[in-house]
Design a protein around this ligand. Structure first.
Ligand code: SF4
Length: 258
């Protein structure tokens, strides 16, 4: 599947999750510049994309922002240069009006940052949404778009029982796909402060591999597409990493030992 990714930094985010250093992790420019450069590139290119994807930030935080981001790209859907659009956002920023705009603008896939199925973990991670927001978003999205859950393991306040719960709840809701990320401590984040003062301890590599393999097996067996496990290798991410279970081929290590 040919996907053109565009990174929106923290566009539309009203607060910062404890683990998020989007700008540093993705060597991000202001989102308007990323969108403009992507538009110019796709316009010049002869390639046909299955999807143009908007990652990072909360583009559905307002109808105005969402339309501003999506509208310029409708031209590529009409000309056949792209078959669909993909939007990644927070579960508490999905409502009927937003779903209608996504639908009207050719969005085919919606990724939501579920992260955990524990309200306590979500709160300790500064997510600002609850499990019931995830369930509500899922009800609105299912059957209309390919729905992808973005999940994390090793968040503050988590234990084995809650890790199991996140996997089993995902299996029972059966989104089209998942991404599964071990939590990393990045520079300049609240999580770095918690790590330094000893109130947060990241998973070891062994623990991260154990849970990721368990999740991978469960999702595959349930017929859920596993799009990604662990962050992709990047020189910049290595520079920003303070602590946590990171290696460039983490996904291969998980998939390779099945
Ligand atoms: S919602 Fe996403 S982009 Fe925004 S602060 Fe949280 S992790 Fe970062």
């Amino acid at each position: 599947m040919k996907v053109y990714p565009i990174f929106l930094s923290n566009a539309g985010c009203s607060s910062r999750c404890v683990f998020c250093n989007q700008r540093a992790a993705e060597r991000i420019k202001p989102w308007e510049q990323s969108v403009q450069e992507a538009f110019n590139y796709i316009q010049r290119s002869n390639l046909v994309y299955d999807e143009i994807a908007f990652y990072g930030g909360t583009p559905t935080s307002s109808e105005k922002l969402l339309k501003k981001i999506l509208e310029p790209f409708l031209i590529f859907l009409r000309s056949g240069k792209a078959k669909g659009l993909r939007v990644s956002t927070r579960p508490d920023q999905i409502n009927e009006q937003i779903v209608q705009i996504l639908s009207d603008h050719g969005v085919t896939t919606v990724e939501i940052g579920v992260e955990s199925f524990s309200d306590e973990v979500l709160e300790m991670s500064g997510r600002g949404h609850s499990v019931s927001d995830v369930l509500h978003a899922h009800e609105l999205l299912k059957g209309k778009f390919k729905e992808v859950f973005q999940l994390m393991v090793g968040l503050p306040g988590e234990n084995d029982c809650l890790r199991e719960k996140t996997i089993s709840q995902t299996v029972s809701l059966k989104p089209w796909g998942v991404r599964y990320f071990p939590t990393l401590v990045l520079r300049g984040t609240e999580l770095e402060r918690m790590y330094v003062d000893g109130s947060y301890k990241p998973l070891t590599m062994e623990e991260a591999l154990y849970w990721s393999r368990k999740a991978y097996c469960s999702f595959r067996n349930a017929g859920i597409a596993v799009l990604q496990i662990g962050l992709h290798s990047s020189e910049f991410l290595s520079d920003e990493l303070v602590a946590g279970p990171y290696c460039g081929n983490f996904g291969e290590l998980v998939r390779g030992v099945m």
